[in-house]
Design a protein. Structure first.
Length: 223
């Protein structure tokens, strides 16, 4: 399978470097480039990419706004955001909007290629464990306002689905969840899929964020 990729960054040198780096992968086809988030809708309509590699900071429409708009579309491509910050509230906003992860601009080329491949295969490139580190960095910022809605949404889950959601929020892998909850890995995957569908989420990272917002990851939070 060839991965159709769009690169969006306002720095032409960065775009050229990414194009050179990613264009060398046999299974990645760079079908379009953009210099601002305002160009993303037209680029996606024209090229139907599988993945969009999106800079966060752009002058007219930033990557966060572009990601939020894009991920609301039906059959939206996956988004990986580019940033120069390792722990930034803006990264969390991108995750909440449905981005499948982020990569730093100084990430080694092979890791950026691997990230694009992983996202195209349906896996986030930001683990729930790393998400928790980001959450800690901006702890308490708006959490109280989001908590009632998060609790209501999680109330839609069956007991077992809620247990799995909490385990995802704690950064456990499917195998670790299976061992902790005495079920097969296949059953865990089924529960994760149901949680995503019921809560209208895109990936495990968003499950972790919702569990955090509901207070489930607090040491003394509700269970």
């Amino acid at each position: 399978m060839t991965i159709r990729l769009i690169v969006v960054d306002d720095d032409p040198l960065v775009r050229a470097g990414l194009a050179l780096m990613l264009g060398g992968a046999a299974d990645i086809d760079i079908v379009g480039e953009g210099a601002d988030g305002s160009e993303v809708p037209e680029l996606v309509d024209r090229h139907a990419p599988d993945v969009v590699l999106m800079d966060i900071r752009m002058p007219v429409v930033d990557g966060l706004t572009a990601t939020e708009t894009l991920r609301r579309r039906p059959d939206a491509p996956e988004v990986v955001v580019l940033t120069t910050f390792h722990a930034d509230e803006q990264v969390l906003r991108a995750m909440r909007a449905g981005a499948a992860g982020f990569v730093l601009k100084d990430t080694p080329p092979a890791e950026i290629v691997a990230a694009v491949r992983k996202v195209a295969a349906g896996d986030p490139v930001l683990s729930p464990a790393v998400t928790r580190q980001l959450i800690t960095h901006v702890a308490g910022n708006g959490t109280d306002a989001r908590r009632p809605a998060a609790v209501r949404r999680l109330g839609l889950l069956a007991d077992r689905e809620r247990e799995v959601a909490l385990a995802v929020g704690r950064g456990l892998s499917n195998a670790e969840i299976a061992a902790a909850l005495y079920m097969s890995v296949a059953t865990v995957k089924t529960h994760v899929s149901r949680v995503l569908a019921k809560l209208d989420l895109n990936n495990r990272v968003q499950i972790a964020l919702l569990a955090h917002d509901a207070g489930l990851l607090d040491e003394d939070g509700p269970t």
